[in-house]
Design a protein around this ligand. Structure first.
Ligand code: SAM
Length: 335
């Protein structure tokens, strides 16, 4: 790190939000084609040399740490399809200044990798699973991998990951009939089921009208038991947490549209091709890769972090059931 960086270099935006959480998409490739994430037809893939190497990612993380980053999440595409990801996770968990390193995965490759991921020091894991019905799972994701994912989730639980969060994007006419079943899953298992409102960004095969918003989901869950609020911890982010009485697990709601949480947003996102985004729901980004590969100093790269932070809007402009003009695909950003 160049000399001269001070605590005053911390990433604080015009709303006085301290940005200390970096979500890193390590690949744009995925082994599923979820309806709400991937468009019709072929999507162009990044060429190998457009994707940041692990060394480049680690250098950016270290610069981020000097600017106040304390929490990192590895995502994709599907992070477990990239070779060497477990070693990357181990290198990240060994960085003393990082208070939390976590992983988001679709779980398809989890069963065979769970022990190594645990041994690499990861404890907090988010697994995306939008249906508990094998046939419907195939319809949503394009692949008959439900059993693999379910085995992966059970293996993760047996190995001792915790919390295990299960991300569900609820969509009308697609899986909204399973909301109650997902709620019941939190009673019988120590899983945190998190309902995420569908965000209409990029091209996908779903529409804003398919959104099932938190109030409706909450009403359905309330039919199986009383929901008591659970206090948020440091690592919770925007989810509002509840527990059904007597349940082993929890229910969370991530309501980016019906109840936006921009005022608490502490996130920056690094895409697989080295773009830094300050808001999931804005296409604005700052390119890091070119500076990184053309001999840029740590200080110059840090300045790009600051440029991204300066662009962070006070709040996103999207409203429930509205359309967005965000062109980037979720798959390329990492959620
Ligand atoms: N492949 C990994 C996975 O499936 O978890 C990581 C990448 S995926 C893009 C990250 C998260 O974004 C997943 O939980 C997925 O359900 C969510 N996601 C994708 N598209 C979305 C959308 N349009 N609205 C809301 N969430 C979305």
């Amino acid at each position: 790190m160049d000399k001269g960086m001070t605590p005053s270099d911390e990433l604080v935006d015009c709303e006085k939000r301290h940005l200390n959480y970096l979500r890193i998409s390590i690949t744009d490739r995925c082994n599923l084609r979820c309806l709400y994430c991937v468009p019709e037809g072929r999507i162009p893939k990044l060429a190998h040399d457009q994707v940041l190497s692990y060394e480049e990612i680690l250098r950016l993380v270290k610069i981020g740490i000097r600017l106040g980053i304390r929490k990192v999440r590895i995502t994709g595409g599907e992070p477990l399809v990239r070779k060497g990801v477990v070693e990357l996770l181990g290198r990240l968990t060994r960085i003393r200044e990082l208070e939390d390193v976590s992983l988001t995965t679709n779980g398809v490759l989890l069963a065979s990798n769970a022990q190594r991921i645990f041994d690499a020091g990861i404890r907090r894991i988010n697994i995306s699973l939008d249906s508990l019905d094998r046939k419907k799972y195939s319809q949503i994701t394009g692949y008959d991998h439900f059993d693999q994912v379910w085995t992966g989730i059970q293996r993760a639980r047996d190995i001792g990951f915790g919390p295990i969060k299960i991300n569900v994007v609820a969509m009308r006419g697609i899986n909204d009939d399973e909301i109650v079943n997902f709620g019941r899953l939190s009673i019988d298992h120590p899983f945190h089921i998190r309902f995420i409102e569908y965000m209409p960004i990029g091209n996908s095969r779903t529409h804003s009208r398919d959104q099932t918003l938190t109030p409706e989901i909450q009403e359905k869950i309330a039919t199986i038991g009383d929901l008591s609020p659970v206090e948020n911890s440091n690592h919770d982010g925007p989810a509002r947490r509840y527990r059904i009485s007597g349940a082993q697990g929890e229910i969370g709601f991530i309501s980016a549209l019906s109840h936006h949480f921009c005022s608490h947003c502490n996130r920056l996102r690094l895409t697989a091709d080295g773009k830094l985004r300050a808001c999931l729901l804005s296409d604005h980004h700052e390119p890091l890769k070119e500076m990184l590969r053309n001999g840029g100093s740590d200080e110059q790269l840090a300045e790009i972090f600051h440029a991204a932070v300066r662009q962070k809007a006070a709040k996103h402009q999207f409203r429930p059931n509205g359309v967005t003009n965000v062109k980037a695909q979720m798959q390329g950003i990492g959620g």
